[in-house]
Every structure is written in C-alpha cells, then in structure tokens.
Design a protein around this ligand. Structure first.
Ligand SMILES: C[S@@+](CC[C@H](N)C(=O)[O-])C[C@H]1O[C@@H](n2cnc3c(N)ncnc32)[C@H](O)[C@@H]1O
Length: 240
C-alpha cells in the first residue's frame, strides 16, 4: 500500500492521528521509541505522547476532510453514545471540532457539548467555528494534559476519538473520567486498530483490549463495542 500512495495520502496517514511528522509515512515511524521515554520522531516533544497540534489549518484540512465521513461514520459513532435530548457530553481531544456539530444536534438546545483540547490554537479555532455555525449549546475549553477539568458527576458522556493514545497516565485519567460521569454515564473511546492503514506510528497504537483494561483499572465497567468502522475500535467504559 505504501508504495503507491501519493505524498498527500502519506501526510494524512501519519498526521491524522497527530503523530506530528507530517510528511513521514506511518510505517516509517513504526520503530520509534515512545512509551514513557524520549521521542525521536519529528514533532514529538519530550516524554509522553505530546504532539504539536498548533498548525490548525493543516490539521483542519485532514480532520475535516469531507472524505473522512466515509470511514469515520460520525452518525454511527454518535449513535453509540445513546445521547438523550438535554444530555451533557464532553468531547475530549476535540481537535478542530469535527464531531461537535453532530454532538450538538444530538443533545439539542437543552443539552451541552464541552469540546475539550490541550492545544490553544485548536480551542481558538473551535470557538470561531462554533460561533460561525451558531452552535450555542457547545463550548470549547482548554484543558491540562493530565486533567479533563470536569466537575464530579457533571457529564453524561465522554467521547474520546483518536486521542486516548496521546494520554500519559491513562489509568489515572480513566479514574478522573469515572468521577466526572453522572449516574448512568459512560465514556466511549474510539481509536485506530493496530491493523489500520491510517493512524499513528505502530509504536503508539493501543489494542482495544489494552484500552478496555485501562478503563476497567480506572474503575469503569469496560467492554469492547461492536461498531462498523473500518479502521477503528470502540471501547465503552460505564460508571459503576
Ligand atoms: C488526532 S486529534 C483528534 C481530534 C478529534 N477527536 C477528531 O476525531 O477529529 C487529537 C487531539 O487531541 C488533543 N490532545 C492531545 N492530548 C490531549 C490531552 N491530554 N487532553 C486533551 N486533548 C488532548 C490534541 O491537541 C488534538 O487536537
């Protein structure tokens, strides 16, 4: 596959999930060290999974590429959130806000969408986007890398798309999300499978089972969910 793809496709393969080295094909990065150690992959800064997401225009052309809908199937993803009118949903690592219009429509005027991201340029971009689209029930917020900044028992759902692998202490993070959930609430993690031609370098990928275990260790009732997504798995972690 990698022999035939154009440079543009290589850009999206790698940078879709924010591996940072925009012009490096995903497979080139396969051997890069990452787990808790130093990164030598372009665009990585120091330990952990920090990436430079400040070039919003470039990421917007990838994350909001209309061709993404065909495989991302946002309606399918949002359906698995089982959102009721009036629900409060957090989109953790919301990026350019690809999912926000879908979430906003699903929770309705009485609901709320909290679009959380660590990258100030992404947050500023989303603020503009939400204003221009008149999405009054949605709000973009900058968060710390190790804290979603959600009050205990304040949200019904947390959606985490292509972002879980960027978190450092994921079990601790899962515990924080568990505390933020209201009764009946759950977290949905969607991330690239190890087999997917899209996604971060192999060394950064997580299996569905690893994510399930991390959510469970964080105190959630976790299970892998069937979803018709060609490149991603879905794991659900419900408040106990
Ligand atoms: C690959 S993008 C996914 C964007 C969006 N979820 C989507 O599906 O289009 C990952 C996003 O997560 C953000 N991010 C990375 N680490 C984060 C953290 N610890 N907390 C919140 N957001 C984070 C990045 O700034 C980036 O915007």
């Amino acid at each position: 596959m990698r022999l035939k793809v154009s440079a543009g496709v290589l850009v999206s393969l790698c940078s879709f999930a924010g591996c940072g080295g925009a012009d490096e094909p995903a497979d080139h990065a396969a051997g890069h060290p990452h787990a808790g150690g130093e990164h030598h992959h372009p665009g990585h800064h120091g330990p952990g999974h920090h990436h430079d997401f400040s070039d919003v225009e470039r990421f917007a052309s990838i994350f909001d590429d209309p061709a993404r809908d065909a495989w991302q199937r946002p309606a399918e993803v949002v359906a698995r959130l089982e959102l009721a009118t009036g629900a409060v949903v957090a989109d953790l690592g919301a990026g350019t806000g690809y999912f926000v219009p879908h979430l906003s429509a699903a929770v309705g005027a009485s609901g709320r969408v909290l679009a959380l991201d660590t990258e100030p340029a992404m947050v500023a971009h989303m603020e503009r986007r939400l204003r221009e689209a008149g999405l009054e029930n949605a709000q973009a917020r900058r968060v710390a890398p190790d804290d979603p900044g959600l009050a205990p028992g304040s949200v019904d759902r947390v959606l985490v798309v292509d972002t879980w692998h960027h978190l450092e202490d994921r079990v601790r993070y899962a515990r924080q999300l568990a505390e933020a959930l209201r009764e009946g609430g759950f977290v949905l993690v969607v991330d690239f499978t190890e087999e997917s031609p899209h996604g971060p370098p192999q060394s950064m990928r997580l299996s569905a089972e690893t994510v399930r275990r991390e959510l469970a260790e964080g105190g959630l009732a976790a299970e892998v969910v069937e979803a018709p997504l060609p490149y991603q798995f879905v794991v659900r972690g419900a408040r106990r």
